[in-house]
Design a binder for this molecule. Structure first.
Ligand code: COA
Length: 162
């Protein structure tokens, strides 16, 4: 992908109309995907959620995030890039958009959970300065009816000294 096209990526606020495309990515990207109902509930609750469109003429949805706003904080609930579009900087682009939103809303902390078995996502978050805060035991469903722990990570987004 050349630099000109890459700059043409665009974000839109997620709506119900995007959910067919979002669900197609979600079910490809995760062994235990969110349900359509999870997205509908998030939108109905007014959670900040954006979809990322491909830069080329096809205008495909290639990623998205969903977050939940609290008092002085933001909680990242879902950050996903379509498998065929991964490793091209789209994850960082989405995270940058979320950080912009945090600044607009004057959030102080950005929180997230990530599977312990997801080194790629953890590397991305560590690169942004997220710190491991703790572990939520058995937070995620896993194969064979088991559960997997989540790492809780947080980033100071107040703009002040860390
Ligand atoms: C995690 C995810 C959002 C990253 O999006 P992406 O578009 O692939 O990532 P980017 O191309 O922006 O790269 C961001 C960072 O991810 C890591 N990364 C990307 N591709 C990687 C690869 N092939 N191997 C290892 N790490 C990789 C690197 O740390 C990279 O930082 P760098 O470019 O400074 O080296 C994406 O891989 C994804 O949707 N995965 C499945 C769903 C998921 O795990 N979501 C997060 C749940 S908490």
């Amino acid at each position: 992908m050349n630099a000109v096209l890459r700059h043409a990526r665009r974000l839109e606020r997620m709506t119900i109309a995007h959910l067919d495309a979002v669900m197609a990515i979600e079910s490809e990207a995760y062994p235990f995907p969110w349900t359509r109902g999870n997205f509908i509930d998030s939108l109905a609750s007014g959670y900040p959620a954006q979809v990322l469109f491909d830069s080329d003429q096809r205008g495909l949805v290639i990623g998205y995030f969903v977050a939940m706003e609290g008092v002085d904080e933001m909680h990242l609930l879902n950050l996903t890039v379509a498998p065929e579009a991964q490793s091209q900087g789209h994850g960082r682009f989405l995270l940058d958009a979320l950080l912009d939103l945090c600044r607009q809303r004057h959030a102080v902390q950005l929180w997230l959970e990530v599977r312990q078995s997801n080194p790629r996502a953890r590397a991305l978050y560590q690169r942004y300065g997220f710190r491991d805060i703790g572990v939520r035991r058995g937070y995620y469903p896993a194969a064979a009816g088991r559960r997997e722990d989540a790492m809780v990570m947080s980033l100071d987004v107040s703009g002040g000294a860390a």
